[in-house]
Design a protein around this ligand. Sequence first.
Ligand SMILES: [Zn+2]
Ligand SMILES: [Zn+2]
Length: 152
Amino acid sequence: MTEQTTIPHCPCGNQSPYADCCQRYHQGAIAPNPEALMRSRFSAYVLKLEDYLRTSWHHSTQPAELDLDRSPDWASLRILESSESGDKGRVHFQAIYRLNPGWGFLQEDSEFVREDGRWVYLQGEPQEGILKPGRNDPCPCGSGRKFKACCL
Ligand SMILES: [Zn+2]
Ligand SMILES: [Zn+2]
């Protein structure tokens, strides 16, 4: 990963360029809803933006140490469901990473809260597993193509 401004597709999986997607939140803009915050946090994991992960994490659940050098080789993000009600929100997501060979996933139904007008990540119970994509499933790499026509 070189210049962040040249990333064509945002790491969060949106087809828009990074500059038009998560970058604005990384630069301080307020994420309008829990899903946008979740996407920007996933992008921050990919780009190893430790400060952003901290500031978007509720102070009561924020880990003392965040070792991003040991995080998986993230490939793509799928939002399965998201909702908000007042100052609380939930995002159920699946984050896919590369194994050698194959693919793993981390799935979580995350809770978010809005404090002082800003959504922050509160908590969730992550589940991990091995992803076994079918030939006609969307490719785990996040290209938007079918698996059989991409990384299979
Ligand atoms: Zn994005
Ligand atoms: Zn692929």
